[in-house]
Design a protein around this ligand. Structure first.
Ligand SMILES: Nc1ncnc2c1ncn2[C@@H]1O[C@H](COP(=O)(O)OP(=O)(O)O)[C@@H](O)[C@H]1O
Ligand SMILES: [Mg+2]
Length: 457
């Protein structure tokens, strides 16, 4: 945000005044609107930071009702925008009412160019300051660990515990639903601890078949079993000096649980097919989305192993139980990905944010991440809308008419098909893949919506 001048929108129904105002602000990027409807359209399209608003707009030129309604709509849509209202000298009362509604300043007509410029520059400075404060507040208080963003009190407490135990070298067991950030936290603990200069070695106990898991963990000697054509060092040895991250520990078979426990007790391993005990010094962090206590009761997880791993227990609540975190993390992820994906998206629409806030996020942060990546690619405007995130948005209702559900659905589908085709450069196979339909289905849709290839915009 290093621009010297704001983007300004002038809302004025009088053509002569409009020209005069534009002239006064000739150094700035200026957009014009003549009534409430066109002002809201321009607002969405051009993203002005400062608005100059005439309170006497049609159809109510002699009163301020339409102008004040426009002001309310603008501020509801973009609360940080600086609106400067113009009023005749006898309309002081209206100007004051506008200020009470949240307008930034007012100026008396007729226009004094120098005064107007000063007011606009001041509004712009104030806008920039607010934006900086917002950004600072987000990054400072909400990222207790690198890449781990939260403002939820319960999570911040978890983070404080983690900070304290990080250097203590104790075993940590992280429990939480899939996608809640167990991996991120495990790495954060490693990096905040004394072993940060040594390796962080992760192994996913659920992803490896039981027969291979043992040799993955402990390594094997040449000839230990059919196919063991050379000596292989296991993950435990690789992590020597550092941290071993046992992901999805709840999926570790009982036979291996016993072997792991033995290692944790005497800190030596023997490679599969080998004899020599090898001493290994490491810290263990384990994670699971399973209910280990329930598994212990059912006899499928060893109690003694549980207590070894769970010297300190950390529970990450699901995203839906962390008020405000979805929106906070969404903003963080958007900033992170948009640079990477080379898109100049400014943020989320208020409607999109409301959806993000209200949704239950069964896939937690991972789902949020996937939807945002997709939305950055699909978004047409400078702001990500609810549809881009795969939320159904209420249909845009043209004045006076009301579409049927069917019409609204068709319109939304048609737009999405067009956009996806545009995005894939009219590659139907690729578009079908992104839309999650078969190629013939997409051709059917294109036919029924009367879309020809090349029409996507
Ligand atoms: N608090 C958070 N702040 C930012 N990104 C997060 C946060 N929690 C999770 N993520 C991101 O969400 C994704 C899923 O997190 P991960 O640690 O793999 O979850 P889990 O291991 O619990 O399934 C990762 O890409 C991670 O970077
Ligand atoms: Mg994980």
């Amino acid at each position: 945000m290093s621009r010297a001048n704001p983007v300004v929108m002038i809302v004025e129904d009088d053509l002569g005044l409009r020209t005069q105002l534009r002239w006064a602000l000739a150094d700035y990027e200026v957009h014009l609107a003549e009534d409430r409807t066109s002002a809201l359209g321009t607002l969405r399209r051009e993203e002005p930071e400062v608005v100059i608003l005439d309170l006497g707009l049609p159809p109510d030129r002699d009163n301020a009702s339409e102008g004040l309604a426009a002001l309310r709509a603008i501020l509801a849509f973009r609360p940080h925008i600086k609106v400067i209202v113009a009023s005749g000298s006898e309309e002081r009362k209206n100007a004051l009412e506008a200020m009470a509604l949240g307008a930034y300043d007012f100026y008396p007509k007729p226009v004094d160019q120098d005064v107007l410029k000063i007011i606009v520059q001041r509004a712009w400075n104030s806008y920039k300051l607010e934006e900086q404060v917002l950004q600072l507040r987000q990054t400072a208080s909400c990222a207790p660990f690198k890449g781990f963003v939260t403002a939820c009190p319960q999570m911040l407490k978890v983070c404080r515990t983690v900070e304290r135990v990080a250097s203590a070298d104790v075993g940590v067991l992280i429990t939480g639903e899939s996608g809640t950030g167990k991996d991120v936290l495990a790495r954060a603990i490693h990096e905040a601890g004394l072993r940060q200069r040594h390796p962080f070695v992760a192994i996913n106990c659920a992803a490896i078949p039981e027969t291979l898991l043992e040799s993955e963990l402990f390594g094997h000697e040449k000839g230990a079993f059919t196919g063991a054509i050379k000596q292989v060092v296991g993950k435990i040895e690789m992590a020597d000096g550092g941290t071993l991250f046992l992901d999805e520990i709840g999926d570790m078979p009982l036979s291996l649980q016993a072997k792991l426990l033995r290692f944790l007790q005497d800190r030596t391993i023997v490679r599969v097919g080998g004899r020599k005990p090898i001493g290994v010094d490491l810290r263990v962090i384990a994670a699971t989305n399973k209910d280990l206590k329930g598994m212990m009761a059912a006899g499928s997880f060893r109690e003694d192993l549980f207590y070894r791993l769970n010297e300190v227990g950390v529970v990450i609540p699901p995203l839906r139980e962390r008020p405000g975190d979805a929106v906070l993390i969404a903003n963080y992820l958007l900033k992170k990905f948009r640079a990477h994906l080379d898109r100049s998206i400014k943020g989320f629409s208020p409607d999109a944010l409301a959806h993000i806030d209200a949704y239950s996020w069964p896939g937690n942060v991972r789902e949020l991440e996937n939807r945002i990546k997709r939305a950055i690619v699909l978004a047409e405007g400078k702001y990500i809308e609810a549809v881009d995130l795969d939320f159904d948005r209420g249909p845009e209702v043209p004045d006076g008419s009301f579409p049927t559900l069917r019409q609204a659905r068709d319109a939304a589908e048609r737009t999405l098909v067009l956009r996806t085709l545009a995005f894939t450069d009219n590659n139907v196979a690729e578009a079908a893949r992104l839309l999650g339909v078969s190629r013939p289905t997409l051709y059917e849709l294109m036919k029924s919506f009367n879309i020809k290839r090349g029409e996507g915009a």
